[in-house]
Design a protein around this ligand. Structure first.
Ligand SMILES: [Zn+2]
Length: 310
């Protein structure tokens, strides 16, 4: 250990309370110690790694932050930062590993959530990030592999970021069929970024709203009819479908309390809401990508988090 100040070798001077070796410079009297290795949790977190994994596993299984905190005994705020760390690691893992997938049939949809409050309750003083938050998710139809996802408002900007991610995730030489809902933010970035790599169609679904409003809210709206609109290329009529991605989003909602609708479960920080879908979707993705058995999923999750890499 060398003194930063005097650039001379320091002598050992006892131990720190946490057991790390302490050194003292003979010239200036300053003390130093080795940097503690906190592993994947990072330098700020001094929580036990197994406890942290337990808390994350609980969140991934659909427990709330409060319940994870009560069971593991870890502070709520610590769990929230663990969630963000886990989410970011999943995000970079996906960005790194899910690349050049020779996908043939891709479906995309947005899943609704909100940050802080619902859009209707926001006022002029609120940040842009507060209010409704949409997570764009794109899956490969046959394997259900999640190719890309992006959290944001339902704007062309968010859609552009999402389509860029999708472009990196899919193989540039494989032409694929792409279906989204009728949201008007898609055609521009799809044409711009994916260009002649796709046969793109939009599936517009129409629902009946004839029941009393209050009743409708607690049950799904009745499906009336759907129109498929080819946008670019020559999409195969039989493959124009968003059912698989909608089913996937249903599962995501089922075990991700932040995204449950019409309940008291909500996210108050945009960091956590980003982390949450990632935390939930990434193991599924790595699972699908490696075609591992369901039983191995749990282990995969752990491997994912104990990795030194992303
Ligand atoms: Zn010194």
């Amino acid at each position: 250990m060398t003194c930063h100040n005097c650039v001379v070798e320091c002598k050992k001077a006892g131990k720190r309370s946490d057991g790390l070796q302490r050194y003292r410079c003979a010239q200036c009297g300053k003390t130093f110690s080795d940097r503690k290795d906190f592993g994947w949790i990072g330098h700020k977190q001094a929580v036990d790694e197994n406890q942290a994994l337990l808390a994350l596993a609980m969140l991934a299984e659909g427990n709330s932050i409060n319940s994870a905190s009560r069971i593991s005994g870890i502070n709520k705020k610590t769990i929230m930062s663990l969630l963000v760390i886990g989410g970011e690691k999943c995000e970079s893992l996906l960005a790194e590993r899910v690349r050049n997938v020779p996908a043939s049939d891709v479906q995309a949809d947005e899943i609704w959530g909100f940050v802080g409050k619902k859009q209707a309750a926001t006022g002029p003083g609120d940040s842009y990030r507060v209010g409704d938050a949409w997570c764009f998710i794109g899956i490969e139809r046959n394997t259900k592999l999640i190719l890309a996802c992006e959290l944001g408002k339902r704007t062309v900007t968010s859609a552009t970021r999402f389509i860029s991610k999708l472009a990196t995730a899919t193989d540039a030489d494989t032409r694929f069929q792409f279906t989204t809902d009728g949201l008007n933010v898609y055609p521009y970035p799809v044409g711009n970024i994916l260009g002649d790599r796709v046969d793109y169609a939009q599936l517009i679904k129409v629902y009946k709203f004839n029941e009393a409003e209050s009743e409708r809210r607690y049950s799904p709206a009745k499906f009336a009819e759907s129109f498929s609109t080819p946008v670019y290329g020559e999409p195969d009529e039989d493959k124009i479908c968003t059912s698989h991605i909608e089913r996937q989003n249903g599962s995501l909602r089922q075990w991700c309390k932040r995204l449950t609708r019409l309940t008291y479960a909500f996210s108050s920080k945009s960091g956590s809401i980003t982390a949450r879908p990632w935390r939930s979707t990434s193991p599924t993705t790595t699972f699908a990508a490696s075609t591992a058995r369901r039983a191995r999923r749990q282990r995969k999750r752990r491997e994912l988090l104990t990795d030194d890499g992303p």
